[in-house]
Design a protein around this ligand. Structure first.
Ligand code: FMN
Length: 189
């Protein structure tokens, strides 16, 4: 039986929850595109189905943080080969470093994950191969006290999705639907 738009919407919600919570989901590491025609992989940390918002963690000093700023256009591209589904999103991104949400995300992150924010800013030139971390922090689990200066470099990227394009591959005919402001319609694949 042919699926309905409501069933597609439920499928998107299921896949994005799985993407955020299951590190083995291929959708856990989508491609994030910015308005400067650059793109990179990021780990999806959370999906809020109430307002279709995604949360990522990043360095406030990174080039992408500069491009997105308080309001920037962001594309998010997911693909799960086994599910045979591509989810292609457009939304508005914002970088938050000082918000309560950023603080909560910082506090819930593991010390090893937070260690990344102790080092040099992403994209700095180095005269040798380098992690960017201070030497004492290499291979070490830093203490809370040692991690304190890293907090200022940590930010969350919140992306509120304006359009979600679901594309399902099938031998019986591909299917495609797009959702904007919660309203769905069918498109030809
Ligand atoms: C599997 C994987 C996961 C990554 N996850 C993140 C992430 O969650 N946040 C992040 O800022 N960068 C992440 N990166 C690094 C980015 O892809 C990117 O190289 C870096 O953030 C610098 O991006 P920018 O120069 O566009 O700011 C990840 C890279 C890989 C390969």
């Amino acid at each position: 039986m042919e699926r309905t738009l409501e069933a597609v919407k439920a499928d998107i919600i299921r896949l994005l929850h799985k993407a955020a919570s299951d590190r083995n989901s291929p959708m856990h590491t989508p491609v994030i595109a910015t308005a400067d025609a650059d793109a990179r992989i990021m780990v999806l940390r959370a999906f809020d189905e109430r307002d279709w918002t995604l949360r990522f963690h990043t360095d406030a000093r990174s080039p992408k943080s500069g491009v997105i700023g308080e309001e920037g256009q962001v594309g998010v591209l997911f693909y799960d080969r086994d599910e045979k589904v591509q989810i292609r999103c457009r939304g508005t991104g914002r970088i938050e470093s000082a918000s309560q949400r950023a603080q909560a995300a910082w506090e819930s992150s593991d010390a090893y994950a937070r260690r990344c924010y102790l080092g040099a800013a992403p994209g700095e030139e180095s005269d040798r191969p380098s992690s960017g971390l201070p030497e004492w922090a290499e291979g070490e689990r830093p203490t809370e006290e040692q991690l304190a200066p890293a907090r200022a470099n940590f930010a969350v990227l919140m992306v509120t999705l304006a359009s979600v394009d679901w594309y399902h591959l099938s031998n019986d005919g591909h299917r495609r639907a797009v959702f904007e402001n919660g309203k769905g319609r069918w498109l030809t694949p």
